[in-house]
Design a protein around this ligand. Structure first.
Ligand code: ZN
Ligand code: ZN
Length: 374
């Protein structure tokens, strides 16, 4: 019986993050009976995103107590209601099916949802960001309850849990960035500067490469990460250049014009300034990394006007971007070594150690397996 009736009792273990005490607390609970349209998922793997690290380190504020983790892959345990809910493509969910889902769920009827900004919905729900309300909705838990209306995606069999887990944050956000860029600029033959060689920067390099960019230049002060970008489609890497040297180098690579597109995933003011200084006349600056408070930067309006710059910001993504991200990984999981980006695996009970390792060793990703194994 796939439908979980009102009497179904599911025991769960989650590691809840207590923001006041700034520590993880084990929470063994019975999951409250599901409501109509909700889906119960067994979490197979959750990778730790930079924003999880920001929450735990106190750089980003969060709810008092709840389950973090939003880069999740899981399998369907059951649902509430007589009919199986349908996935993004309209097919009914199957028990045991491996799935991932959109990190943000919009209401589909407010002003922002009506204007292709579901991720800014007036009544937005975000996995791994909500306060505890009797049902776990983050990945650092044995189970996760999907709210009604969540865009759900079956995971292609060729993608391992570790390769696919970041798709519903990092990969989909990169897909969203290029969807916005493509509204004004061509990727085919483009010269692109990517600042930051973390999960998003590496994925962006790979997506640029697949989209036919002629120059994919990745800048990161961490030499190891910058060099990693060469395996993800980067044609050049910039490591320790000063602002002046970088400008010279980029002008040299682009017949003295500057790059067509500069994309920031780092969020530091110096990175944003580097992007603004590096684009050609008529170029596009795409800002994605500034998801935490920073100092302001000087923007000369005359320069933006005379240089006819396109300046865009992006936060999160739409369900169509998650679809694009999944298809991208399906086509390219063997071409680029995404598998190698998970530095270490931890069981759920050792989530403290997982965060400690992620912050100290700074691998591109750390994975948590709530049920062990991989
Ligand atoms: Zn994230
Ligand atoms: Zn809405």
């Amino acid at each position: 019986m796939s439908q979980l009736n009102a009497g179904s009792i599911v025991q769960n273990m989650a590691m809840e993050f207590d923001n006041t005490q700034r520590r993880f607390v084990p929470a063994r609970n019975t999951i409250e009976p599901l409501c109509e349209g909700q889906v119960l998922v067994r979490v197979l793997c959750c990778t730790l995103c930079g924003s999880d690290l920001h929450t735990v380190s106190g750089r980003r504020s969060g709810h008092d107590r709840g389950v973090l983790g939003h880069e999740i892959v899981g399998e369907v345990v059951g649902w509430c209601g007589p009919n199986a809910p349908v996935d993004y493509y309209g097919s009914q969910l199957q028990i045991g099916q491996r799935i991932t889902w959109a990190m943000s769920v919009g209401c589909e009827c407010c002003f922002y949802c009506d204007n292709d900004l579901n991720q800014k919905c007036d009544s937005l729900f975000k996995y791994g960001h909500e306060a505890n309300q009797g049902r776990p909705t983050g990945g650092l838990s044995e189970h996760c309850v999907l709210v009604a209306g969540t865009p759900i995606f079956p995971v292609p069999a060729v993608l391992s849990n570790e390769v696919v887990a970041p798709v519903n944050c990092a990969t989909a956000t990169v897909s969203a960035a290029f969807r916005l860029v493509s509204q004004t600029h061509r990727m085919q033959g483009a010269s692109v500067l990517i600042v930051g060689a973390g999960m998003l920067g590496l994925t962006a390099a790979a997506q640029c490469s697949e989209a036919g960019a002629s120059q994919v230049i990745v800048a990161d002060p961490n030499e190891e990460r910058a060099k990693l970008a060469l395996l993800f489609g980067a044609t050049e890497v910039l490591v320790s250049e000063t602002a002046e040297e970088r400008k010279e180098t980029l002008l040299g690579m682009t017949d003295g014009r500057g790059v067509d597109l500069a994309i920031d995933f780092a969020g530091m003011t110096s990175a944003v300034e580097a992007c603004l200084e590096s684009v050609r006349l008529g170029g596009c600056v795409m800002l994605v990394g500034s998801v935490f408070p920073s100092d302001p930067i000087a923007l000369y309006p005359e320069l933006a006007v005379r240089r006819m710059l396109t300046l865009r910001g992006l936060h999160n993504y739409l369900p169509c971007d998650l679809d694009h991200g999944l298809r991208f990984l399906e086509r390219n999981h063997q071409r680029f070594p995404f598998e190698s980006l998970v530095g270490k695996r931890f069981p759920l009970a050792e989530v403290d150690l997982a965060f400690e390792y992620a912050m100290q060793q700074r691998p591109v990703r750390v994975a948590v397996y709530p049920h062990g194994g991989d």
